[in-house]
Design a protein around this ligand. Structure first.
Ligand SMILES: [Zn+2]
Length: 73
């Protein structure tokens, strides 16, 4: 299971939690103040892979200027 990072919307406390894939934090609460639905922080790993995915798609397309290139695949 992946570890996600969450930040409390109320007290800004940051905490990590082992979650099922796709967990959004809806069912979680801050361990410090108990406020529900903390914001999930996107991990660096996921952000990097999304960026490289966009980059490779952009490089491979020569026929349009669309950033995601859904029209020419
Ligand atoms: Zn809190």
């Amino acid at each position: 299971m992946p570890i996600y990072e969450f930040r409390c919307r109320s007290c800004n406390h940051k905490f990590e939690k082992l979650c099922q894939l796709g967990e959004t934090g809806k069912n979680l609460s801050c361990p410090k103040c108990g406020t529900e639905k903390p914001n999930r922080i996107m991990s660096a790993f996921r952000a990097d892979s999304a960026d490289s995915l966009r980059g490779s798609r952009g490089d491979s397309c020569k026929s349009c200027t669309s950033p995601n290139c859904s029209a020419c695949r």
